[in-house]
Design a protein around this ligand. Structure first.
Ligand code: HT7
Ligand code: ZN
Length: 853
């Protein structure tokens, strides 16, 4: 398997200004005829090289005459002699119904659709298939009219007609030059939820969300989200939609969340379909976020795209930042920030400290599909957020305006983006660029000294960036820390919030007129994606948890109190639960805090993130410690928890308050059950039976799934019967059981693997079972290595079907170095077993070999 290096980037030898495709669609045999107008790029005598993957040329012509060509592996090499221009035509046959990799053209539930990012276009036809080759596309497609009445592609439909053999055809033209990864087509028996949006310059855009007829009633939320996103992007970024048509199609089989193909977004149906009865609040929020994300790509990705795949975060980090800001503006900004940071810490921090750590702009890869990671997406978004913090909203907007204007229609780099931001804002970002090249989560230590006599406080800060694979020595980073000082007794602000930028290995900052013992409120809003270790005196966290005006910092203080107890418990020390109980109780009872915030702030950290704060993890000790805290809180706050568990919100109400009420209810139910399982079971069963929405029902079922007693089986059976055949809800049924903290969960997973509804061919279903139990630490690490064996079996079996999805299951095993023996050795042994499997894909090979290195 070949490693591709960023330093080896060379501009393309040949450009392709125009692509014309003629595709005769049939799931069993699709003919693709392609006509490429090619132009020599610069002075050279190299042949035209067109990438292919699992395709063979049936015919190849150049300017209408038979061509001289060879195959170099899968690459078609065509000798164009001394020509500066040529028209190159090829014909291939593909079999969409056999395409289990779900890259290129494939069949999903009777729909034919494409997925071309990153390198799927080469599975449809021969093409340079690199993001810096931009073309105007014209597509003619034909298909059986009865089976595929709807034919869609990028851009606008310009002609259509009927064939004489039950077929029909449509021709689509996309006027915007685009890279091949944004090509898309869809054919199927689809119905549309149609609407329209009038842009800020007064143009009417037709909107359509295409689904199976029966799913139409579940498309309303996605449509509202789309219109809100279009409006928001005009208001906040001045970005207007540019075509007359915007189509979204939902399919059940999809490797990722969704895809931003120009004018024709294709979505995993889980990020489109929702109603009160089938989707939780989290599902509704995810739909709004993903719909917005894909829409925002129209500018940050499609109009301005990436020069090469090392620049992936150029579009992904920026677009995640844009969708996070959108969601913050649409609901509770505090809750959104807490959720985003929780995800960053749960997924990106472990990635950044493990064998798969890589910079936001990687230097090399074997398989680019492995780099659609939390580092590229979520750390990439934090990098953009820090620029926003450093320069302020207005300068940031000047920067993005300049970026879009300067690079419209081009394929560019992360450096191009930073140049534009630097130029427009006047802020020097030279050292800041290390965020793109250095991997690893920075660690900051902070200590506040107070000189009472001089009324002066001094903040001592130091930073260190840990070594990561291939990067032993690190330079100091630019860390913007939003900081304030608060009076310990009075709770008043002693020093107003300011951004302290730590850009040296260490520094001290002096605050004058600090006439009261101060509390340090640092990294407010999580302004820097770092681990912050603050030297605190006893009682300080308790005060901060009650007084900090910044909701994120207040949440942090409460979480830190929980961690203090959880880590002590995991180390086998005697734990004083009182401070946590008192702080949680005060939060629960506070009249000043809103419900949405309470719902987030009272969540006890999961076992995985607790382990991340220990030098080496004993999963059993972590589990026991967390259970003990949950039990102590549940018992001590039984009355308060019972009171909030009884408060309901109408299922149709998606306001932050209603969502907060349901979240708080779920948290309370879990804690009550942790202290008193039989009471918990009764309350959960009652909540399950009376629920008028999926959030309450799923929360009740999740609690029951952890417990013994007859209610568990009754509710699980009822859930299955009620939702049988409803794919997205049955995914929940699989994962709820795989997420259960029970000694027999591994047995259940084995049984579920043989369930008639289980299939490895559907990525959502595979993730619902294999992904879920691997994210359930106590279960995954149980059974003397049985959990690891099961995951490795899933990886090996899935790799033969869909390597991209299989490779994404590997990271939980890759964390083996973080565990005590015998866990570590057993995990490593399973990685070695996978590595020794003949015929491994390069996707899984890369993940496993790096995990073992
Ligand atoms: N840009 C999209 C990436 C994507 C993808 C990548 C690999 C394999 C399948 C895929 N489907 C979509 C998604 C996004 O970030 O918007
Ligand atoms: Zn994206």
């Amino acid at each position: 398997h070949v490693t591709i290096w960023r330093k080896d980037y060379r501009p393309p030898d040949w450009l392709v200004p125009e692509v014309s495709l003629d595709i005769a669609l049939d799931p069993a045999s699709t003919r693709v005829r392609s006509s490429l107008k090619v132009e020599r790029n610069g002075a050279h005598d190299r042949p035209l090289r067109l990438a292919g993957d699992e395709i063979r040329p049936l015919t190849v012509t150049v300017d209408g005459a038979e061509a001289r060509w060879t195959l170099d592996g899968d690459t078609l090499v065509i000798d164009l002699g001394g020509a500066e221009h040529a028209v190159v035509e090829t014909e291939v046959e593909i079999v969409p119904q056999d395409n289990s990799k779900l890259m290129g053209l494939y069949a999903s539930g009777g729909i034919l659709c494409t997925q071309c990012e990153s390198e799927g276009f080469r599975r449809i036809t021969f093409h340079p298939d690199r993001p810096d080759v931009l073309s105007v596309y014209r597509v003619r497609m034909s298909a059986n009219k009865a089976r595929f009445p709807i034919l869609l592609a990028n851009g606008n439909e310009i002609a259509k007609g009927e064939g004489d053999d039950g077929t029909h055809w449509a021709e689509w033209h996309d006027p915007f030059p685009k890279p091949s990864y944004l090509f898309a087509l869809v054919a199927g028996d689809l119905a549309a939820n149609r609407d329209s949006f009038t842009t800020m310059s007064g143009r009417k855009v037709d909107l359509a969300i295409w689904v199976r007829e029966r799913d139409l009633p579940r498309t309303g939320h996605a449509m509202e989200s789309l219109k809100a996103a279009m409006k928001w992007d005009e208001k906040v970024y001045g970005r207007e939609y540019d075509l007359d048509l915007f189509n979204i199609v939902a399919v059940d089989d999809f490797n990722f969340g969704a895809m931003e193909n120009k004018g024709l977004n294709i979505f995993n149906s889980r990020y489109v379909l929702a109603d009160q009865d089938s989707a939780t609040d989290a599902d509704f929020d995810a739909i709004a976020g993903v719909v917005a994300h894909e829409y925002f790509h129209n500018w940050s990705g499609d109009r301005v795209t990436c020069r090469d795949w090392f620049q992936l975060s150029l579009k992904e980090g920026f677009t995640v930042f844009r969708d996070q800001s959108f969601s913050a503006d649409m609901g509770s900004a505090a809750v959104k920030r807490i959720e985003d940071v929780r995800l960053l810490r749960a997924v990106q921090f472990p990635e950044d400290s493990g064998p798969l750590a890589h910079p936001v702009r990687p230097e090399s890869f074997i398989e680019i599909a492995n780099f659609y990671t939390a580092t590229i997406y979520n750390k990439g978004a934090e990098v953009i957020r820090m620029m926003h913090t450093l320069m302020g909203a207005e300068a940031f907007r000047r920067g993005t305006d300049l970026y879009f204007e300067r690079f419209d229609g081009q394929a560019v780099t992360c450096d191009d983006f930073v140049d534009a931001m630097e130029e427009a804002s006047g802020v020097d970002l030279s050292q800041f660029r290390l965020w793109y090249s250095q991997a690893g989560t920075p660690h900051v230590t902070a200590r506040l000294e107070h000189d009472t006599g001089a009324a002066r406080a001094t903040l001592h800060l130091a930073q260190a960036v840990p070594a990561t694979p291939g990067q032993a020595d690190k330079q100091p980073m630019v860390l913007p820390l939003r900081t304030a000082l608060i009076g310990t007794d009075s709770g008043r602000e002693l020093a107003a919030e300011r951004v302290i930028t730590l850009n040296e290995p260490s520094m001290s900052v002096v605050f004058e007129n600090v006439d009261e013992a101060p509390l340090l409120s640092i990294n407010r809003g999580f302004s820097t994606p770092a681990v912050i270790d603050v030297a605190r005196k006893s009682g300080e966290l308790e005060r901060l948890a009650q007084t900090d005006a910044d909701p994120f910092a207040r949440f942090e203080a409460l979480q830190d109190l929980m961690y203090r107890a959880l880590l002590a418990g995991a180390r086998g020390e005697t734990v004083d639960y009182d401070p946590v109980v008192a702080a949680m109780g005060a939060t629960l009872r506070s009249n000043a805090l809103d419900t949405a915030f309470k719902g987030e702030a009272l969540i006890i950290p999961g076992e995985s993130v607790i382990g991340d704060r220990l030098p080496l993890v004993d999963p059993q000790a972590v589990h026991e410690s967390r259970d003990a805290l949950r039990g102590a809180v549940g018992a001590s706050l039984a009355d308060d928890l019972t009171a909030v568990q009884a408060i309901t919100a109408s299922g149709g109400d998606l306001s932050p308050e209603a969502k907060g009420t349901r979240r708080l209810r779920a948290v309370a139910l879990g804690l009550i059950a942790a202290a008193d399982p039989s009471r918990g079971a009764a309350l959960a069963k009652a909540q399950y039976d009376s629920a008028d929405n999926m959030t309450d029902r799923q929360a009740a079922l999740a609690t029951l799934a952890n417990l013994k007693g007859p209610e568990r089986a009754e509710a699980l059976d009822d859930f299955y019967r009620r939702h049988r055949g409803d794919t997205l809800v049955i995914d929940k049924w699989f994962s709820l059981q795989a997420m259960a903290g029970r000694p027999d969960t591994l047995d259940q997973v084995e049984t579920l693997r043989r369930h008639p509804d289980f299939t490895m061919k559907n990525p959502n279903r595979l993730r619902a079972l294999a992904g879920a139990f691997a994210a359930n630490p106590w279960v995954f690490h149980s059974g003397e290595g049985r959990g690891y064996r099961m995951l490795a079996d899933f990886v090996i079996a899935a790799d033969a079907i869909n390597p991209q999805v299989a490779a994404r299951l590997v990271p939980p095993l890759g964390r083996w170095r973080r565990f005590v023996e015998p866990y570590a050795g057993r995990m490593r042994a399973e990685l070695e077993r996978i590595a020794g499997t003949p015929g491994l894909s390069k996707d899984v090979f890369e993940q496993v070999s790096k995990s073992l290195a």
